[in-house]
Design a protein. Structure first.
Length: 385
């Protein structure tokens, strides 16, 4: 077994999420209650004064949620983790914790759409300014830094164009200026990339994707220093105990799933690269990818999400998608099933290109099906363009 996969699997199996007073259950129970009883007056006083820890109200702490938080923190080599009811909630909470009126942010042009919207619309109302850079070169970040820059927000790779940022170099630059670095690590997962080791201050995941892995939960998580995580504002976007239990279940097979995602995605990316109807493939795992060397230097592997461009008009794109039999159409990714989305489905060519996408661009999340079945499906559909 590869060393990166072995490390993850050993962490998952070694973190103690059990308790002997729970009848020796191998799966931690789901504590769905909201309120916990105190035995007496003194017990409440001890908690209030910080002399003891007890659960009181699940909005402020839940045994099931804390079990998965311990595992996720260990996987990302962080001190602590905090789960949220969505990745979007995790992003917003982190931005709110770092930014203040009059501050400045640097982020990448193809950052997740909700993150971009928060910065352009919500935080702009409070006089927070944002500079968008391609993120491929350190010099862009150097030139963008202002006296009031408080945050560099990375997403490496991005989830449509798959550009990478030099995490270690950007983190070193940021520390010289007293700037926080936060990175969305959803694509690579802790299996293939550990940004905290590369110098980032905090890591965000949409746990709805690979961490959950089954397309049946919505969750987010932030991992970083214990002091920062404990000081994150409580906005009420807590993860329910039921979702926490499903997330813990998903994480237990993370290493095995990511190995399969990568194996199949590499085969499919190489196949698409040779197809006449495909003009470009965006996948950092390909040796032909323009940032392949950077990918090799800061990641130990690649996940199953990629994009490619078709040599086709909209009618051809429609024909290709409607001819697929084993790959579904949908907007998210990171689950068991293979699923794709065409940029052309989201607007006119002018609208799509204005948002930074290619009109003929297809995003494909390679799932856990038999790779030969997916290859045959893609080959057949491409012939019908």
């Amino acid at each position: 077994m590869r060393s990166d996969l072995k490390r993850v699997q050993e962490i998952i199996t070694s973190i103690d999420v059990h308790s002997e007073d729970l009848f020796g259950a191998v799966v931690p129970p789901t504590f769905e209650n909201t309120i916990y009883r105190y035995p007496d007056y003194e017990a409440v006083k001890q908690v209030a004064e910080g002399r003891a820890h007890r659960y009181g109200y699940s909005k402020n702490g839940n045994p099931t949620t804390e079990a998965v938080e311990r595992v996720l923190a260990a996987l990302e080599k962080g001190e602590a983790a905090k789960c949220f009811s969505s990745g979007t909630a995790a992003i917003y909470t982190v931005l709110l914790s770092v930014l203040e009126p009059g501050s400045h942010v640097i982020t990448v042009k193809n950052v997740y759409g909700r993150t971009s919207d928060f910065l352009k619309r919500t935080f702009h109302k409070f006089n927070v300014q944002t500079t968008f850079v391609s993120g491929e070169w350190l010099e862009e970040f150097e030139e963008a830094i202002q006296p009031n820059t408080r945050l560099i927000y990375l997403e490496s790779p991005t989830s449509w164009q798959f550009e990478l940022q030099p995490i270690r170099a950007v983190s070193q630059l940021a520390k010289q200026h007293g700037i926080k670095v936060v990175i969305d690590n959803t694509w690579a997962t802790p299996v293939f990339q550990n940004p905290l080791e590369l110098g980032a201050d905090a890591v965000i995941h949409s746990a709805s994707k690979y961490l959950g892995g089954h397309s049946d939960l919505v969750a987010g998580v932030v991992i970083g220093p214990k002091t920062w995580i404990s000081d994150l504002p409580q906005l009420g976007a807590v993860l329910s105990p039921y979702e926490s239990a499903k997330l813990l279940r998903g994480v237990r097979t993370l290493a095995l799933r990511m190995e399969r995602h990568e194996q199949s995605a590499l085969r499919i990316a190489a196949f698409l690269e040779q197809e006449n109807k495909v003009t470009r493939v965006n996948y950092p795992g390909l040796a032909s990818y323009h940032q392949y060397e950077l990918a090799q230097s800061q990641m130990s592997g690649c996940s199953g999400l990629m994009s490619f461009h078709l040599d086709a008009n909209e009618a051809g794109i429609r024909s290709f998608i409607d001819s697929l039999r084993h790959i579904s159409i949908g907007g998210s990714w990171g689950g068991f099933e293979s699923i794709l989305y065409a940029a052309a489905m989201s607007g006119t060519e002018a609208e799509v290109t204005a948002r930074g996408f290619g009109f003929t661009q297809i995003r494909l999340s390679v799932g856990l099906e038999v790779a030969d079945t997916l290859l045959e499906d893609l080959h057949t559909a491409l012939q019908l363009i």
